[in-house]
Design a protein around this ligand. Structure first.
Ligand SMILES: Nc1ncnc2c1ncn2[C@@H]1O[C@H](COP(=O)(O)OP(=O)(O)O)[C@@H](O)[C@H]1O
Ligand SMILES: [Mg+2]
Length: 221
């Protein structure tokens, strides 16, 4: 699913160029769940955004879900992100005036073509069922706990049927117990065939993830 070789990513900072990723290589198989840990500023988010096709300004080879990310046009990368990748963030980024179901179905309005819109009710219900929240489909975020809000955000990430979930500190705003439940949910999704790359400080991530990788000085330690 993910094949990175010799990835170098620099940020231009006034007069100097600091390599954040410095010759990083990584393979992640279909259906694998891999955790990424490392100090703040070690490049975890940078790595995730690169794998998700949000950033094409890098050196080296990046093949994700069969695409060579370095050669895609901006438009092709947008299609890649919309079809193949689900993103989950620390802040749940739910719209407060929409119900859980409406939040989950939001990607339909940004998709190419009408297909996802037509399938929205069915897909939305299926995604909410997978995260165990179907019975709260009509609730607005204010009525949900933090863990439930993150589940809605995960259902939204699943809506378009991606093969890869990228999660950037998804438990950062949650108490320990809800955080562990979210990590367990990623584990379940992975056992169901989803590939999951998750940046986390959650200590117990290793019970769900097949591998825990540490980023250090721009490489995997
Ligand atoms: N858009 C940017 N412009 C300049 N520097 C950046 C940018 N994004 C991240 N950086 C720098 O790259 C390094 C890694 O950032 P990041 O990937 O966000 O780390 P992490 O997620 O591990 O905390 C940091 O030193 C950060 O300041
Ligand atoms: Mg980060």
């Amino acid at each position: 699913m993910i094949e990175l070789a010799g990835i170098v990513k620099r940020f231009r900072d006034a007069d100097r160029e600091v390599p954040v990723l410095d010759g990083l290589s990584l393979s992640v198989a279909d259906g694998e769940m891999v955790a990424v840990v490392g100090a703040s500023g070690s490049g975890k988010s940078t790595l995730l955004y690169l794998v998700g096709g949000l950033d094409a300004d890098f050196e080296g080879q990046a093949r994700v879900a069969g695409r060579d990310l370095g050669t895609l046009s901006e438009r092709e990368r947008a299609t890649f992100r919309g079809r193949e990748v689900g993103f989950v963030f620390q802040s749940f980024n739910l719209l407060p005036h929409l119900t859980a179901m409406e939040n989950v179905c939001l990607p339909a309005w940004f998709a190419e073509g009408p297909a996802l819109r037509a399938e929205a009710p069915r897909r939305g219900a299926e995604a909410l069922r997978r995260v165990g929240l179907l019975e709260l489909a009509g609730q607005r975020p204010a009525r949900l706990s933090g863990g439930q809000r993150q589940r809605v955000a995960i259902a939204r990430a699943l809506f378009a049927g991606p093969r890869l979930l990228l999660a950037d500190e998804p438990t950062g705003n949650l108490d320990t117990r809800s955080g562990e439940e979210i990590i367990d949910l990623f584990g379940e999704l992975s056992r169901g065939g989803m590939t999951v790359l998750v940046v986390t400080h959650e200590e117990r991530v290793s019970r769900a993830a097949g591998r825990v990788l540490r980023l250090e000085a721009g490489r995997l330690a």
